[in-house]
Every structure is written in structure tokens, then in C-alpha cells.
Design a protein around this ligand. Structure first.
Ligand SMILES: CC(C)(COP(=O)(O)OP(=O)(O)OC[C@H]1O[C@@H](n2cnc3c(N)ncnc32)[C@H](O)[C@@H]1OP(=O)(O)O)[C@@H](O)C(=O)NCCC(=O)NCCS
Length: 335
């Protein structure tokens, strides 16, 4: 039986968390789950811009499969994203297929036309990996792929200094600033403007994305939630010294435990490309991370195959492929 789960239901939420961790850990020794506390805060304070619906598949009273639907409310209104997990010992008994059928029905009820799911496979991501076979069996088509790369820490300080020097030479007229926890109010409008464009420009196969509704208020809410979760966000920005505009940004996010660090989007404004600002902000963030938060094992980053420029910066820094995700689409017209 599939039922909607209330995020306030402590017992159900614990079961959902355990199913997700067990499902995502299979054959992925590099997977590090968030702490239960941090995950729960995130689930209980979703962004209003991306409504969440959480469903559980229950067998004999126990949750054995979960489906978390993300429903954008301000932009990309034809899309729904689903994160579907089945506990390892309950697989190949139709639970995953039932959750996909349910998600497709919800997409119809919501008046939407496209459902996205994501699968991970080791290394370059074999086409015939079991999760890919599952997605195909449910009528999904591959839309784009994103290798996940890890950078082992620490990166030698001399290497960072060399990269910083090389990028300094190309960026007259910009200054780099690094902030911990939150970017100050006076820069939020410029930062939000820049981040709105990230979803449009980041390569995503043939699927079009509208600008995401990022506002100073949304950023402030994210910062407040992360503070409660015990999360630390390092943001490095490049500021155009003439206009004061935010020309480039990059973020690293991590828990206050010794877990891996997650690289979030890096973005250089179209009008400010060609000055090595992408490298400059990334190196500045890494230097701050290693100076003030030493001892973390690695940084995790995901980039579409076709995002050649970002991939080349990452490869130069020493990132190596660990696994590859495929983003799958089920469009009503293809079903
Ligand atoms: C992918 C996943 C959700 C499948 O859950 P499941 O309950 O085992 O799926 P089902 O039993 O409904 O399988 C439906 C069909 O998918 C295909 N399939 C599922 N697992 C497969 C496997 N290991 N090898 C080959 N085909 C597989 C089969 O065609 C299967 O039908 P069949 O059993 O009649 O042959 C589960 O393995 C999982 O949680 N994986 C980790 C998270 C993930 O990748 N989620 C993304 C889902 S799109």
C-alpha cells in the first residue's frame, strides 16, 4: 500500500530515512548519508519554490520503498522530479514499479507532463546497469548524464597557489571575496540574479529549463535552515570592481561532522567569461576550506559531460570520476 507521509510523523520519517540510506548505500562505498537530524530539518522545511510530496510503500506495516516528489511551484511548471528508493531486501517484487506508476499518476493529477528520475552507476555508468534497466523498463528515456567526481583532500598548497597566480594574471578589475555561512545582504540581489541563470545554462541534454526563481529571500531562508542543520556554506564570489556586479560564484557545503564536502553550482556570468573567474573562485574556496576546516576526506562534484569548461577546471584541480548519474525523463507524449 502506498500512502502520503506527513513529515511531522516521527516514526514514519525514521523508517523513510533508513530505507533511503540502505537503498543508496548498495555497492557505493563512497556514499555518506547526511545525519538523521540534518535530513529531517531539510524535509520539514522545504523551499516553497519546490513543494515536496513524500510517499511510502508499506508492507506488513513496515516502510519498504519511498518516493519523494519535487514539484516546482514558480518555474518549470510542467516538470516533477522523483527520488524513488526500495530497500535492498525488498527488490524485484514490484515495489519500484508501483511507486513509478503512482508518481506518473500524480504527474497527471497535477496537470504536469514530464517526470524525471535519476540513477547512479559506478565509474562511467554502464548503460545496462540494473537501475538503468529498471528506468527503461518503466518507460523512461535517458536525457543527460552527469559524472560524479571526487577530489581527495588536501590539495597541495603549492598547486592551489600556482592556479591562483595563473588566474590572477587574467582578471584585472575583479576582486574575490569568500564568505562563511551567508553572503551579506548587500550582495544578495546580485548573487540571486546570477544563480537564476545557472539552471538555464548548465547543460541538460535536449531538456529546456526556465530560470529558477532564486531571490534574496530564498537565499536567506536557505542560510537560516543550514545554520539550524549545523551545515557550513563557503561562498566565494568574484565582484566586478567597476559596476559592483556579482560576476561569478561557487559554493562548498558541508556538515559540522567530518563528512565529505559537496560542491554546489559554480557559475560565471555570460558577460564576464574568459577571465579565469571560475578557477579563481574555486581556488579561493578551496584555500579557505583547507585553512579553516582541515581533515575532510574529499569534495564531491557533479557536472554534465558536455560542460567541458567546468570539467576541465575540475580535472585541473585533480577531480576523478567515481560514478555517473543518468537523468531520465518520462514525458506524457512518449508514454
Ligand atoms: C531501481 C529500484 C527502485 C528498483 O526497485 P524494485 O522494487 O526492485 O523494482 P521492481 O521490482 O518494480 O522492478 C520492475 C522491473 O525493473 C527491472 N529491474 C529491476 N531491477 C532490476 C535488476 N536488478 N536487473 C535488471 N532489471 C531490473 C525489471 O524489468 C523488473 O521487472 P521484473 O522483476 O518483472 O523483471 C531499486 O533497485 C532501488 O531502490 N535502487 C536504488 C535507487 C535508484 O536507483 N532509484 C532510481 C529509480 S528510477
Amino acid at each position: 500500500m502506498i500512502r502520503l507521509i506527513d513529515p511531522a510523523d516521527d516514526d514514519a520519517m525514521r523508517q523513510v530515512f533508513d530505507v533511503g540510506v540502505a537503498a543508496k548505500s548498495v555497492a557505493r562505498p563512497w556514499f555518506t548519508p547526511p545525519s538523521y537530524k540534518s535530513w529531517l530539518i531539510g524535509m520539514r522545511q522545504p523551499d516553497p519554490e519546490e513543494r515536496q510530496e513524500l510517499y511510502g510503500f508499506f508492507r506488513d506495516g513496515a516502510c519498504v520503498g519511498t518516493s519523494l516528489l519535487f514539484v516546482p511551484t514558480q518555474d518549470n511548471l510542467e516538470k516533477v522530479y522523483a527520488d524513488i528508493d526500495v530497500a535492498p531486501e525488498h527488490r524485484r517484487r514490484g515495489v519500484g514499479a508501483a511507486l513509478v506508476r503512482h508518481a506518473k499518476a500524480r504527474v497527471g493529477e497535477l496537470g504536469r507532463s514530464a517526470l524525471f528520475v535519476e540513477t547512479f552507476a559506478p565509474g562511467e555508468g554502464a548503460d545496462d546497469h540494473e537501475y538503468a534497466r529498471f528506468a527503461r523498463s518503466q518507460g523512461f528515456l535517458p536525457a543527460w548524464r552527469e559524472p560524479t567526481r571526487h577530489l581527495e583532500l588536501p590539495v597541495p598548497a603549492e598547486k592551489l597557489a600556482d592556479l591562483a597566480a595563473a588566474s590572477n594574471a587574467r582578471r584585472d578589475g575583479y576582486r574575490i571575496e569568500t564568505y562563511v555561512g551567508r553572503v551579506p545582504d548587500e550582495l544578495l540581489a546580485g548573487l540571486a540574479e546570477l544563480m537564476r541563470m545557472l539552471a538555464v545554462d548548465a547543460p541538460s541534454g535536449d531538456v529546456d529549463f526556465e530560470p529558477e526563481e532564486v531571490t534574496p529571500d530564498r537565499l536567506r531562508r536557505i542560510y537560516a535552515r543550514e545554520a539550524e542543520q549545523g551545515r557550513i556554506r563557503l561562498s566565494s564570489l568574484a565582484i566586478d570592481e567597476t559596476s559592483g556586479a556579482v560576476a561569478a560564484q561557487t559554493d562548498l557545503v558541508f556538515d559540522d561532522t567530518m563528512d565529505p564536502v559537496v560542491q554546489e553550482g559554480t557559475y560565471v556570468h555570460r558577460e564576464h567569461r574568459g577571465h579565469r573567474l571560475g578557477t579563481a573562485v574555486k581556488v579561493a574556496n578551496l584555500q579557505r576550506l583547507q585553512r579553516d576546516y582541515p581533515g575532510r576526506p574529499f569534495i564531491r562534484t557533479m557536472n554534465a559531460d558536455t560542460n567541458e569548461h567546468m570539467v576541465s577546471i575540475n580535472v585541473e584541480l585533480g577531480f576523478e570520476i567515481v560514478e555517473t548519474s543518468t537523468e531520465w525523463i518520462f514525458a506524457s507524449s512518449t508514454g
